[in-house]
Design a protein around this ligand. Structure first.
Ligand SMILES: *[C@@H]1O[C@H](CO)[C@@H](O)[C@H](O)[C@H]1NC(C)=O
Ligand SMILES: *[C@@H]1O[C@H](CO)[C@@H](O)[C@H](O)[C@H]1NC(C)=O
Ligand SMILES: *[C@@H]1O[C@H](CO)[C@@H](O)[C@H](O)[C@H]1NC(C)=O
Ligand SMILES: *[C@@H]1O[C@H](CO)[C@@H](O)[C@H](O)[C@H]1NC(C)=O
Ligand SMILES: *[C@@H]1O[C@H](CO)[C@@H](O)[C@H](O)[C@H]1NC(C)=O
Ligand SMILES: *[C@@H]1O[C@H](CO)[C@@H](O)[C@H](O)[C@H]1NC(C)=O
Ligand SMILES: *[C@@H]1O[C@H](CO)[C@@H](O)[C@H](O)[C@H]1NC(C)=O
Ligand SMILES: *[C@@H]1O[C@H](CO)[C@@H](O)[C@H](O)[C@H]1NC(C)=O
Ligand SMILES: *[C@@H]1O[C@H](CO)[C@@H](O)[C@H](O)[C@H]1NC(C)=O
Ligand SMILES: *[C@@H]1O[C@H](CO)[C@@H](O)[C@H](O)[C@H]1NC(C)=O
Ligand SMILES: *[C@@H]1O[C@H](CO)[C@@H](O)[C@H](O)[C@H]1NC(C)=O
Ligand SMILES: *[C@@H]1O[C@H](CO)[C@@H](O)[C@H](O)[C@H]1NC(C)=O
Length: 517
């Protein structure tokens, strides 16, 4: 079966190419919508007809009933949301698919300038000197007419046409859409130029943790492997010292500018991080910016149309930590797909301290890979800095976080300093998604806190390992929780619903974004 974007692209192109036959105001999405009707997620009972647990049937039936309510509350969502994780912020077209869907030939493509998405890298200190993990993507940006872009943008909007949005929202929708419709370039050799980053940061971002201008490090290098078929590169490489301070002789984080040769957009700051100290790993959606993943329509508008907005006064607390915790390394880790990462980086570096960045590479695209990517990236950074201590930040509406963060505390004893989880349902009763706190069992209560608003994070002694604000009542049941639905943990519920997997899968299928962002 063709992916939805292909069907829609064809429809959108037909509409824009033969537009004269249609009135300008022709509701293209409705047309498309009718051609490809919304699939409503089937009830759990239909989905799992053979699952019965006689001895606990009452609880299960009860919970199923309430979950069915949530699902039906979500209303009629288009199939790309309702039919599962595979379709929201996923299955974006890549490479030749974009080219053929936009009907541009090879000559037109080769005339386009090359762009490089250069993700701000981190580097560790080894026996061979500094090693830096260069990662990103090489692509070309086709010139898409505004009319066509609007048609394509409508694919990503639910129940609203781009014409109905405010001008700033239209710009954002067009910007994101053009970021998605890019042609990735495989088999390209990537050449980078490194030089000390001026202390203010070339693009105005604050260094984060008092990072300093490196005293050396200028060099050119070519990555040892060409880009993958999907245009990605991701390689850990020793760099020349050329005057850099040794990692075992300084506590400072040294900053280098990394320019990708041949692309004006390929600039990033690299952070050379000493073996010991503190690193904060922060998720972005619903913790640093307002997303509302748990309300799919809002989530889509906040992701595709509205300019990104910080969540309350979180920037104040990050700025405070950046100033007051010595040599604090900031690392932003989001599982949003690579194609929309530039918008995430721009947002972060306008509101939060500078830092290294991880996102979902293109080869992690099927459902199981999507679910494993966060843990994969977390393991990578933990193993890169085996002596550093980590502060992990995210929110409860994110099921992979709820699993991965406490698991890291078990798997890397002594490396997890604090876990901060925003309880999204505490401030937003629209959040009806259950979250599983089973993993927190047996963790020291001083090392984690569920909090409601950024001010709950005030005056914590993170370096001293006191991560709990005693005035914030903790209601962790070490099971599945969903107070809005009256589910109060109990390992029973967790065993049935979480560990059996069907619950998670079914809710995920209903609201793919919950798991994806
Ligand atoms: C620093 O690390 C380098 C490379 O591993 C090593 O040769 C050197 O002896 C170390 N210096 C100190 C002071 O530990
Ligand atoms: C992009 O296309 C528009 C017309 O669709 C044209 O005016 C513009 O010059 C083109 N830009 C480039 C860089 O080719
Ligand atoms: C989208 O906007 C960002 C700034 O927020 C900019 O860096 C990027 O180049 C824009 N992308 C496109 C494809 O226009
Ligand atoms: C990339 O570099 C390698 C080694 O230098 C070379 O063999 C190969 O031809 C280059 N590939 C391209 C596409 O330039
Ligand atoms: C890096 O390459 C540029 C040309 O792209 C050259 O001007 C510069 O001198 C080189 N720098 C080093 C340190 O080799
Ligand atoms: C950078 O790319 C230009 C062409 O875009 C080329 O002439 C130059 O040699 C390259 N420099 C390096 C250091 O690869
Ligand atoms: C990237 O760096 C190059 C070289 O300094 C500069 O010409 C270009 O404007 C920079 N691009 C951005 C987006 O900062
Ligand atoms: C994706 O590519 C990276 C290297 O770029 C590799 O380490 C990883 O295993 C790949 N993941 C999948 C799911 O193929
Ligand atoms: C540096 O990072 C690499 C890649 O994660 C890892 O294999 C290596 O063990 C790290 N080196 C040290 C000294 O921590
Ligand atoms: C989250 O907030 C809800 C609503 O206030 C509350 O009932 C629940 O106990 C909180 N969960 C945790 C883990 O604190
Ligand atoms: C825990 O539950 C109490 C009572 O519902 C509530 O006031 C408090 O905000 C909850 N704590 C968190 C962290 O959500
Ligand atoms: C700022 O951070 C420092 C160190 O973590 C802490 O002592 C101080 O109380 C914080 N200030 C606020 C307002 O949270």
């Amino acid at each position: 079966m063709l992916p939805r974007w292909a069907i829609l692209t064809a429809a959108a192109l037909t509409a824009s190419t033969y537009g004269s036959a249609l009135p300008t105001a022709a509701p293209v999405p409705d047309k498309v919508y009718n051609a490809h009707p919304a699939l409503i997620t089937p009830s759990l009972v239909q989905r799992y007809p053979t699952k019965t647990y006689k001895h606990r049937r009452d609880i299960i039936d009860d919970i199923r009933g309430r979950v069915d309510e949530v699902l039906s509350d979500l209303g009629d969502l288009p199939s790309y949301v309702a039919s599962g994780v595979a379709n929201f912020f996923q299955d974006f077209p890549v490479g030749e698919d974009v080219q053929s869907s936009l009907r541009i030939d090879d000559d037109q493509v080769s005339a386009l300038p090359t762009n490089v998405l250069n993700l701000p890298p981190y580097g560790n200190w080894t026996d061979q000197g500094w090693n830096v993990r260069f990662h990103g993507n090489v692509y070309k940006q086709p010139n898409i007419s505004r009319e066509k872009l609007d048609d394509l943008a409508n694919i990503f909007l639910i129940d609203v046409d781009i014409d109905e949005l405010r001008p700033s929202e239209q710009d954002q929708a067009r910007n994101l859409t053009s970021g998605i419709f890019v042609i990735q370039q495989g088999d390209v050799n990537v050449t980078l130029h490194l030089e000390p980053a001026p202390s203010a940061g070339s693009d105005g971002e604050e260094g984060g943790g008092g990072a300093v201008t490196a005293p050396g490090g200028s060099q050119n290098l070519t990555l040892p492997y060409a880009t993958t078929d999907q245009g990605d590169f991701d390689v850990f490489l020793p760099i020349e010292s050329n005057g850099l301070e040794a990692g075992n002789a300084t506590q400072n984080i040294q900053r280098l500018n990394v320019y990708a040769n041949g692309s004006d957009l390929g600039n990033a700051t690299a952070y050379l991080v000493p073996p010991t100290g503190f690193t904060i790993i922060s998720d972005i959606d619903d913790i640093l910016r307002v997303t509302k993943i748990y309300q799919p329509k809002e989530g889509l508008l906040n992701s595709f149309a509205r300019p990104f907005t910080p969540w309350m006064n979180m920037p104040f607390y990050y700025a405070n930590w950046s100033r007051s915790i010595p040599d604090f390394h900031f690392h932003y880790l989001t599982t949003t797909p690579e194609q929309v990462t530039r918008n995430y980086m721009d947002f972060i570096f306008n509101h939060y301290p500078g830092g290294s960045f991880d996102t979902r590479p293109l080869n992690f695209s099927d459902i199981s890979a999507t679910l494993s990517i966060r843990r994969f990236l977390l393991d990578k950074i933990f193993q890169t800095f085996p002596q550093r201590k980590f502060i992990l930040v995210a929110d409860t509406s994110n099921s992979d976080v709820m699993k991965a963060y406490p698991a890291l505390a078990h798997d890397y004893p002594n490396q997890v300093q604090c876990i901060f989880l925003r309880n999204t349902s505490a401030t937003d009763e629209e959040d009806k998604f259950p979250y599983d706190t089973t993993g927190f069992k047996n963790l020291n209560q001083q090392t984690y806190m569920f909090f409601r608003t950024p001010d709950d994070l005030a005056n914590l002694d993170i370096v001293g390992g006191h991560c709990l604000n005693a005035s914030v009542q903790q209601n962790v049941t070490f099971g599945l929780q969903d107070e809005v639905l009256g589910i109060h943990g109990g390992e029973d519920a967790a065993t049935f619903l979480g560990v059996n997997g069907w619950f998670t899968t079914a809710v995920a299928a209903a609201v793919g974004i919950w798991l994806v962002l």
